[in-house]
Design a protein around this ligand. Structure first.
Ligand code: DQA
Length: 148
């Protein structure tokens, strides 16, 4: 099973970006945590991070032919990018949306996600563990251990 973990804008700044919200882990640290979980699950994981909306669209367009599922943290694009929502909806493979922070407990604009409806589910509020939980959910989904 092959999974793409796709990080959106500003997530390259993890470690120094608002650590009181996003924690002290760098993006490389987060990827290490996810890679360890993937190894336990027997999942082949690939990581990518893009700041640009177009690059994220291109990655999603290519994903269906390369992966069995996607874990995506769209960053702030979650709150307004109908283009990413459309690209997720067009995919032939499942995607799970993740957020490091609990967006429901933050500013009003973060309480809306236009991309989550195009995903199988959303997990947020657990830092790097959000990604690990999403990987578990995606694995169960792809191995048909859970209903879609
Ligand atoms: C985020 C939450 C978004 O609202 C924010 O714009 C981010 C990070 C998270 O992982 O908590 O960039 O997606």
């Amino acid at each position: 099973m092959r999974v793409l973990v796709l990080h959106g804008p500003n997530l390259n700044l993890l470690g120094t970006r608002q650590p009181e919200i996003y924690g002290n882990r760098t993006l490389a640290d987060v990827n290490d945590v996810v890679a360890a979980a993937a190894a336990d699950l027997g999942v082949d994981v690939t990581f990518a991070q893009h700041n640009g909306e177009g690059e994220i669209l291109d990655a999603l367009h290519a994903a269906s032919s390369q992966y069995d599922g996607v874990v995506i943290n769209p960053g702030a694009y979650a709150h307004y990018s109908y283009a990413i929502a459309d690209a997720l909806a067009a995919m032939e493979i499942p995607a799970i949306e993740v957020h490091l922070s609990n967006v429901a407990a933050r500013e009003e604009f973060r309480r809306t996600s236009v991309t989550s409806a195009a995903c199988t589910g959303t997990i947020g509020g657990f830092g790097a563990t959000s990604y690990v939980l999403a990987l578990h959910a995606l694995t169960a989904l792809c191995r048909r251990e859970t209903q879609r």
